[in-house]
Design a protein around this ligand. Structure first.
Ligand code: ADP
Ligand code: ASP
Ligand code: MG
Length: 404
């Protein structure tokens, strides 16, 4: 069977008109003799509305019920698409993740797909049916519904492509590919023809929402070929493939950024072995992700300053945990919510010296102060004041020849 997985994101199924349009895209593949597996997100805005409802009705809404609630968004979209395909004369039906089943492990709201049953769906595909599967969700070993992290329909599509050995997985979204930076931030952004899994993983982990990071890990591990395309135009998109097949020689492939960071500085922390661990232990136990960290070397060996970043949504909780922490002593806690992280990404960095210098010099030339730095083999991130975000992205984009 020539199987293809098509995933439609929130905007692509955002209105009934859009659902009619994407039904036609699905039909175009059926006509090309593909067995089509469709994965849908919730209509845009629906998941956020459901999250708000849970928050309004209870401050302690159970995580398990939150996942049941959120999964309804995808259920609605899948029925609408299947209904429209039937209306157009095609054999189609919706499949909830538990009916397949799509098995997940891990916590509610951040589960990962580990297995997908293929028997029923294969029979259905053979008979000429087109299944419309709810993305973003699965079933755990207690037979309860789970959801994947936000944007997780991408992961559903990629894992379906793996388990059904699909020729490709096409991610239909509201931009016509992966760009050198968010095309909604600057017109200078250019579409990238092909990107390695590693580069896409870094770009998305560092803020390029176009693909969910966990989905790219899954794709890399299982060698799933991905195309990212627009459901609004019929232009060629971006391929996400193995590193060896990439021909582009640019050192830096993209500039990513985040807008929802907060910086916390603890000044005058009593310095002794284990102090950093004592600060971060309660954060880790409360699932608060600490991102960038700098600890200043104390001049007298008695006191130190420690700065780190977290997601701004975690700020209140973090402040509480730190003030209640009896294992640490410090003089002052300073919070800055108006910070953003800008990162440059490219595998070429591994073999090219001077990239860090060029990045810092380009920012310095425009008097943009770097607050915190972090690096890995294929990325460099800096924390800056949010007011400098657009300017920084544009100047780094230019510095590393991405404007061409
Ligand atoms: P979907 O609902 O289809 O899953 P998302 O909103 O999750 O779509 O992702 C698409 C969005 O990702 C675009 O509208 C764009 O603003 C954003 N984005 C961020 N960085 C990039 C990038 N480098 N290339 C393309 N899009 C990006
Ligand atoms: N509807 C979910 C979300 O908004 C999953 C997805 O869109 O991929 O995060
Ligand atoms: Mg998405």
């Amino acid at each position: 069977m020539k199987i293809i997985v098509l995933k439609f994101g929130g905007t692509s199924v955002g209105t009934l008109d859009r659902i009619v349009k994407i039904s036609k895209i699905i039909i175009s593949y059926i006509k090309k003799k593909y067995k089509v597996i469709v994965v849908t997100s919730a209509m845009s805005g629906v998941t956020n509305e459901l999250i708000k409802k849970a928050g309004k009705i209870s401050k302690n809404f159970p995580n398990s019920e939150r996942d049941v609630l959120l999964s309804t968004g995808e259920q609605m979209a899948s029925a609408l698409i299947a209904g429209k395909l039937c209306d157009l004369g095609f054999n189609s039906r919706s499949w909830m993740s538990w009916q397949i089943p799509i098995i997940t492990k891990g916590n509610y709201s951040s589960a990962r797909i580990i297995k997908i049953g293929t028997d029923q769906l294969k029979r259905y595909l053979k008979k000429g049916g087109t299944p419309i599967i709810t993305g973003f969700q699965g079933l755990n070993k207690e037979s309860r519904l789970t959801t994947l992290e936000r944007g997780g329909s991408d992961a559903s599509a990629i894992m379906l492509a793996k388990f059904f050995k699909a020729k490709r997985c096409i991610i239909y979204t509201d931009v016509d590919g992966v760009y050198t930076t968010d095309p909604n931030l600057t017109k200078k952004a250019k579409k990238i023809k092909a990107l390695s899994y590693e580069e896409m993983l870094e770009m998305s982990s560092l803020g390029a929402k176009v693909m969910q990071p966990a989905s790219i890990q899954d794709a890399k591990l299982n060698k799933v070929k991905i195309d990212v395309k627009s459901s609004f135009t019929n232009k060629a998109g971006t391929q996400i493939i193995g590193r060896k097949k990439i021909k582009d020689t640019n050192i830096i492939r993209g500039v990513s950024f985040t807008k929802n960071d907060a910086k916390i500085s603890l000044l005058g922390v009593k310095d002794k072995p284990g102090v950093a661990a004592a600060i971060f232990e309660p954060l880790y136990k409360n699932s608060i992700n600490v991102d960038m960290v700098v600890q200043n070397i104390s001049s007298d060996g008695k006191e130190t300053d420690l700065t780190f970043t977290i997601k701004s949504d975690d700020l209140l909780k973090t402040k509480k945990l730190i003030s209640r922490n009896k294992k640490i002593k410090f003089k002052k806690l300073i919070v800055d919510k108006n910070v953003s992280k800008v990162s440059i990404v490219g595998v070429g960095m591994i073999t090219t010296p001077g990239v860090t210098y060029r990045m810092f010099q380009a920012l310095a030339n425009k008097k943009i102060n770097i607050l915190v730095i972090s690096t890995s083999e294929i990325k460099i991130s800096v924390l800056i004041k949010s007011k400098n975000l657009k300017k920084s992205v544009e100047l780094l984009h230019k510095e590393f020849n991405l404007n061409k």
